[in-house]
Design a protein around this ligand. Structure first.
Ligand SMILES: Cc1cc2nc3c(=O)[nH]c(=O)nc-3n(C[C@H](O)[C@H](O)[C@H](O)COP(=O)(O)OP(=O)(O)OC[C@H]3O[C@@H](n4cnc5c(N)ncnc54)[C@H](O)[C@@H]3O)c2cc1C
Length: 434
């Protein structure tokens, strides 16, 4: 029997080190430099502080843990990664300090899986070393959830490809050294075989970052998500990633991993909300008692704990399944299910935590508004919730077939008839003896 909820002691020591390190060394960066995570080049003071911290992570062999040894990381597998990401999810800076920040993680994964040796040396290595950042450019202004609406085209011209079109919400494009761009290379076949990916250095002539879109509340044009116009952008054939027509398959590898990793970090964020919720419940006194004594607050705590634990179990189970079968497509429905739960569980936790903090909860003096924005984004990023629900349902329905005849298979009168038939000999015997 191998069902077990314990962490092996050796790995628990690593988790304990991570937890103490993130709380003591990394969380202060969230407080001091909340807006300095991505701008590149980094402010010299920030760089000076984070470099030794990143080195400590490397010394512990905890750098870029999302990648297996064959892909340049230490390769702990998804289950251990889930436990690690839960710790990293607490802090905005932690993924950068541990070399697991999106979208670089996903881009590193595609490069590692599909890149040639030259592409790996030129783009993957500096990315893994944390020397550069990258961007993933797939969503278009007219739609992101359905790749069939993509219009950005690449046309072959001798040894080069010429890219034309618009991309939207290309995160970190303004700081990225290169973009991984999904384009249509053959409009006459379905997108699943007609799309390809290219590595496009950001300084290539024709790459125009028209606007830097921000999230709610950020000043206009100061955000980190690029509206990018590719205008006669020429790249050599060598920049094709994974082969012509393989863009969709590569995207699935990238997005499958990314969705699980977002969920793993969200577990840590929900736990952080629960910690804040409980602390506040014990600290605030009103109408004759502390909040912890009010039934409605007890109910917030109980609901948050129950949702957190069931979400966490599904995340760990999915991670375990990925390790077991080593194949994202066959774990698709579980990945889609946790993608559906991520914004829901996080939003519930954030909203309850904001509520018990009153005015302070909605202020900019707690991390809750930021987490609230993150929760909403989780329902959209890497495909909207509605689409993932369809995936869960479709995949599950494959396991079933329609009922035979007019009634459901659980129809009790029919089952009684079947049971009578099964035990006919005994029943006849009993009647005869009466
Ligand atoms: C913070 C953040 C970062 C992002 N980073 C990147 C990035 O780095 N690179 C990148 O390429 N993209 C990025 N995106 C874009 C993201 O992947 C898309 O927003 C997402 O795929 C949805 O596309 P869309 O916004 O065009 O919405 P649409 O596709 O227009 O969908 C809008 C809404 O329509 C509904 N809907 C859509 N399809 C269906 C359906 N089949 N059934 C029922 N309802 C449906 C849903 O309510 C959905 O939210 C990012 C988004 C966010 C919020």
């Amino acid at each position: 029997m191998s069902w077990d909820f314990e962490t092996e002691p050796e790995f628990q020591t690593k988790l304990d080190w991570m937890d103490a390190f993130v709380r003591a060394e990394v969380e202060p960066l969230d407080d001091l430099f909340p807006h300095d995570i991505y701008p590149r080049p980094m402010k010299p003071a920030v760089r000076e502080i984070i470099r030794p911290l990143q080195q400590q992570v490397r010394d512990q062999e905890l750098w870029a843990c999302h990648l297996g040894p064959e892909l340049g990381g230490p390769g702990y597998g998804q289950l251990k990664l889930a436990l690690m990401n839960e710790i990293l999810g607490r802090s905005f800076w932690a993924p950068t300090i541990f070399g697991t920040q999106a979208p670089d993680t996903g881009n590193a994964e595609i490069l590692a899986h599909f890149g040639t040796e030259e592409q790996k040396a030129k783009y993957l290595q500096p990315l893994l070393d944390g020397d550069i950042v990258s961007s993933y450019s797939m969503t278009e202004p007219q739609g992101g959830a359905d790749p069939k609406v993509f219009q950005t085209r690449a046309v072959r011209d001798g040894d080069e490809w010429v890219i034309n079109g618009w991309k939207f919400f290309s995160s970190h494009a303004r700081w990225a050294e290169f973009l991984i761009v999904m384009v249509v290379t053959d409009p006459d076949v379905p997108i699943h075989s007609g799309a390809s990916m290219f590595i496009v250095p950001t300084d290539t002539p024709g790459v125009n970052i028209v606007r830097n879109v921000g999230l709610g509340g950020e000043p206009i044009n100061e955000g980190s998500h690029g509206l990018v116009h590719y205008e006669n952008v020429r790249v050599p054939s060598d920049n094709l990633l994974g082969g012509e027509g393989k863009g969709f398959a590569a995207a699935q590898v990238r997005l499958g991993g990314g969705r699980v990793h977002h969920a793993m970090r969200a577990v840590g964020q929900v736990q952080r909300c629960l910690d804040m919720l409980c602390e506040r419940a014990l600290s605030r006194y009103t109408q004759g008692s502390i909040l912890a004594d009010k039934y409605s607050v007890q109910s917030y705590i109980a609901d948050t704990y129950a949702e957190l634990m069931s979400f966490k179990m599904l995340v760990l189970y999915t991670a375990w399944r990925i390790d077991k079968v080593q194949d994202y497509p066959s774990v698709r429905h579980d990945i889609a299910a946790i993608k559906v739960l991520t914004p829901q569980v996080l939003m519930n936790a954030v909203q309850r935590t904001i509520q018990v903090h009153g005015a302070l909860g909605v202020s900019n003096e707690l991390p809750l508004s930021h987490l609230w924005q993150a929760a909403i984004s989780m329902g959209i990023i890497d495909g909207p919730t509605e689409v993932h629900k369809v995936t869960v349902a479709r995949q599950l329905l494959k396991r079933y077939k329609p009922a035979e005849g007019m009634w459901p298979s659980e129809w009790i009168p029919g089952r009684i008839e079947a049971a009578k038939e099964k035990f006919a000999d005994y029943l006849e015997h009993e009647i005869a003896n009466q």
